[in-house]
Design a protein. Structure first.
Length: 606
């Protein structure tokens, strides 16, 4: 056997058998029965443990699926193991050959094995279900062959008496009206008679058998896939689309993503604002970024791909890493107050801007033309500091801490109002009916403008400065005064996690979900940093430095998982992305030298 590049001598003959000691089938023709004249005594091979037997069976099943049948026979012969019980083998052959009567008879033998004292797993055999699946295949194959009378006999004389899944039997009876095989296949969603459909049938049948009798289908691939998924789940920097195919990963190394692939490097600094930048938000399609500032302007930026080419020492292109740059395309002016909050319409055509506490106006622009469509103000005494779009894109809700809470149309017409709610932050749920609002009572309540009902969802002990909701509507991320960032489950109404590290006083700081599957959380901080956590880890995995004053808002691009923006009181917006150049190993996410334990933190300078 070759191990670690060296050849080790065996301590026993290569053909030594495990014998009957394992309770498995022995092979009389084994070479282990020969006299050990060379050594004077026969060296017995180590008794295989149950785990070792299982591994051999898994390997044998995998090799069998690759068509390496002779190799499987040799493996079973030398190990003394048995891939599956002879009754299971017989059952498999009868199913694949379409010998349905024999396959039905095999079920009786298998039923006895399931309750045998030697069975590793004792379970009740679902005979009616298995028999139903066999007869269904038999019935469909008769219909495809044009043997309508035989199919009718199976339906009436065999399937119906089972009194199992009568709804399905009614559906099967309708297939008698199919005039062509292709019509039958389409209606039954069945690929037709042959090895393919019979293999799928066998896969279903195997799920009802104990693994000691017949292994579940493709068991080794299932275990390997689970191992890869577990490694990805433990990889704190994994920020790419999950691929269930084993062909997309290497099984020879543990999966570890490089920090260089993560958006923790400053790619661009936007300095066009001339005062504090209070808010930033990527559009829903990820192609634009809107930034709002104390200087009363809103700037719209276009996200453009930037190809970076790296040359090696011989001036030969060795790697291309896609990056992004932002280009100013429009400045929206006229807002009389500083811009502290922005909201894109669901179709990204319109943008609404709100101001600070003393702002009674709300501005709605057409982003594509730069035209101001609506300037809304119900009263000069109002405070409109937050806004959220209804999913239909035709309505929005707005409010503030002076007790205003309105629902309006695109022209600013008041549709509904809710009196006495001192709103801090708003969010419209995907159902189009429920509006979440945080208020001055340190809570988030759900409001319905249709029937004017409300209910308590979240209750904190300190003021909720801002909150955002995940795409699936299940989780809410709260920035809580003097406490930091809290994650709540809106469905169960429980606090899930408190994230550590961020400095949160009474400034309004906006955090966000981000990355593939929204696995990450990012927030600004009063200590001038951007903190990033993996959603399941309370400690930050990255601290980003570069800003020189409070970071007010962080926005993660919803379509480009390695692109992020942060807005600060220092008057700049920083665009964060991966390192400019990655080697081939890092590109594959297999750099084993940059492993982050659950309690370590990395700091990235500008």
């Amino acid at each position: 056997m070759q191990s670690n590049g060296t050849v080790q001598e065996q301590n026993h003959p290569a053909s030594a058998q495990n014998g009957d000691a394992n309770g498995l089938q022995n092979n009389a023709g084994s070479a282990s029965g020969a006299s050990g004249t060379g050594s004077g005594s026969l060296k017995k091979k180590k008794r295989l443990s149950q785990a070792e037997e299982d591994v051999i069976r898994l390997i044998g099943q995998h090799l069998n699926g690759l068509g390496l049948n002779q190799t499987v026979d040799l493996l079973m012969q030398e190990s003394g193991c048995r891939l599956e019980h002879p009754s299971a083998t017989k059952f498999r052959n009868h199913v694949m050959e379409g010998e349905w009567d024999k396959a039905e008879n095999d079920l009786n033998e298998l039923k006895a094995l399931m309750h045998s004292p030697s069975a590793i797993v004792v379970r009740a055999l679902d005979s009616p279900r298995m028999k139903f699946l066999l007869l269904q295949q038999k019935y469909l194959e008769y219909l495809e062959d044009g043997k309508v009378l035989e199919a009718l006999q199976v339906l009436r004389g065999e399937l119906t008496p089972l009194k199992y899944n009568t709804d399905r039997i009614h559906v099967l009876s309708g297939y008698l009206m199919c005039s062509h095989p292709e019509d039958l296949k389409a209606k039954a969603e069945w690929e037709g008679k042959g090895a393919g459909s019979r293999c799928r049938l066998l896969d279903k049948l195997q799920t009802y058998l104990a693994p000691s009798v017949m292994l579940p289908p493709r068991r080794l691939q299932t275990l390997l896939r689970q191992a890869v998924e577990m490694q990805r789940d433990r990889c704190l920097y994994h920020n790419t689309k999950l691929d269930s195919s084993l062909d997309s990963v290497s099984l020879l190394l543990d999966h570890v993503c490089s920090r260089k692939q993560f958006p923790c490097y400053t790619q661009q600094i936007l300095t066009e604002h001339c005062n504090e930048v209070w808010f930033c938000k990527f559009s829903n399609d990820g192609t634009k970024l809107a930034t709002g500032s104390k200087d009363t302007t809103v700037i719209i930026w276009q996200v453009e791909p930037l190809a970076i080419l790296k040359l090696n020492n011989t001036d030969v292109l060795s790697h291309t890493q896609d990056s992004h740059q932002l280009k100013l395309i429009r400045t929206l002016e006229g807002h009389a107050y500083g811009v502290s909050y922005l909201a894109w319409s669901p179709d990204d055509v319109y943008l609404i801007a709100c101001g600070p506490d003393d702002c009674s106006e709300l501005w709605l622009w057409n982003v594509q033309t730069g035209e101001l469509r609506t300037k809304m103000s119900q009263s000069h005494e109002d405070s409109l500091t937050s806004v959220a779009w209804n999913p239909d894109g035709k309505r929005f809700v707005t409010g503030g801490q002076r007790g205003q809470f309105y629902q309006c149309d695109l022209d600013g017409n008041l549709l509904e109002s809710w009196e006495g709610v001192r709103v801090q932050c708003l969010w419209c749920m995907a159902d189009g009916r429920t509006v979440l609002a945080s208020d001055t009572h340190q809570r988030i309540r759900g409001y319905s403008f249709e029937d004017l009902t409300d209910r308590n969802i979240v209750q904190e002990d300190h003021p909720i400065m801002s909150f955002t909701v995940s795409k699936n509507g299940r989780l809410a991320l709260l920035n809580v005064a003097t406490q930091g960032v809290h994650l709540w489950d809106l469905q169960d109404r429980v606090l899930v996690r408190k994230y550590q590290g961020v400095t949160q006083g009474f400034y309004t700081i906006h955090s966000c979900f981000g990355g593939h599957n929204e696995d990450f959380i990012a927030s600004g901080s009063e200590d001038h940093k951007v903190y990033i956590w993996h959603k399941r880890s309370e400690l930050p995995i990255v601290e980003l430095t570069g800003h020189t004053r409070t970071v007010n808002c962080v926005s993660w691009n919803p379509c480009i998982p390695n692109l992020m923006a942060s807005a600060s009181d220092d008057g700049t917006v920083r665009i964060w992305g991966p390192a400019p150049f990655l080697d081939a190993q890092e590109q594959d996410g297999l750099n084993g030298t940059d492993i982050l334990s659950s309690h370590r933190k990395y700091r990235t300078e500008s």
